[in-house]
Design a protein around this ligand. Structure first.
Ligand code: HEM
Length: 142
């Protein structure tokens, strides 16, 4: 499903504030993810100490290019390859999505209105579907 123009507009408008709090949001996201879905911890076994900075960077890059997904092409390929190496599967996407949205709510507080959360939800799963499709191809080739 294509991203709605409304969601694109909201994501672009809120990208700067997410950038500003990117690291806090990602740290919180891992806290929530590992508390609610401890089975995901093993996937990050070899993760570098700065993993949360990498993910924060990806969110920001996505936010900045939400209406120009071609610019994300090589980043998508890199993420998909790493996800396949670490055995990330489609079932994990809702776990990370839920944790990320919860983290955005907690860090942004009142500025995380329902409209903002819904726009990011749409955007997260839009990118998630692109990654899942590429990862499914890579798993099939392996
Ligand atoms: C839209 C959703 C997602 C985005 C934007 C994203 C982004 C990224 C990025 C940028 C990297 C680093 C790639 C590299 O340069 O090596 C990465 C690695 C990784 N991601 Fe994701 N990811 C997403 C979903 C998920 C999900 C659902 C999981 C499952 C829990 C996951 C688990 C991992 C793991 C285990 C690594 C490798 C860490 C390491 O050992 O280096 N990601 N992801």
């Amino acid at each position: 499903m294509p991203l709605s123009q409304e969601s694109i507009d909201i994501c672009k408008a809120t990208a700067p504030v997410l950038t500003e709090h990117g690291e806090a949001i990602t740290v919180k996201m891992y806290e929530i993810l590992f508390a609610n879905y401890p089975e995901t911890r093993v996937l990050f076994g070899e993760a570098p100490e700065n993993q949360h900075k990498i993910l924060a960077g990806a969110i920001v890059a996505y936010a900045s290019n939400i209406d120009n997904l071609d610019a994300l092409g090589s980043a998508v390929e890199k993420m998909a390859k790493r996800h396949v190496q670490t055995n990330v599967k489609p079932k994990h996407y809702p776990m990370v999505g839920e944790s990320l949205l919860q983290a955005i709510k907690e860090v942004l507080g009142d500025s995380a209105t329902d409209d903002v959360i819904n726009a990011w939800k749409e955007a997260y799963f839009f990118l998630g579907d692109i990654l899942i499709a590429r990862e499914t191809e890579l798993y099939a080739q392996a």
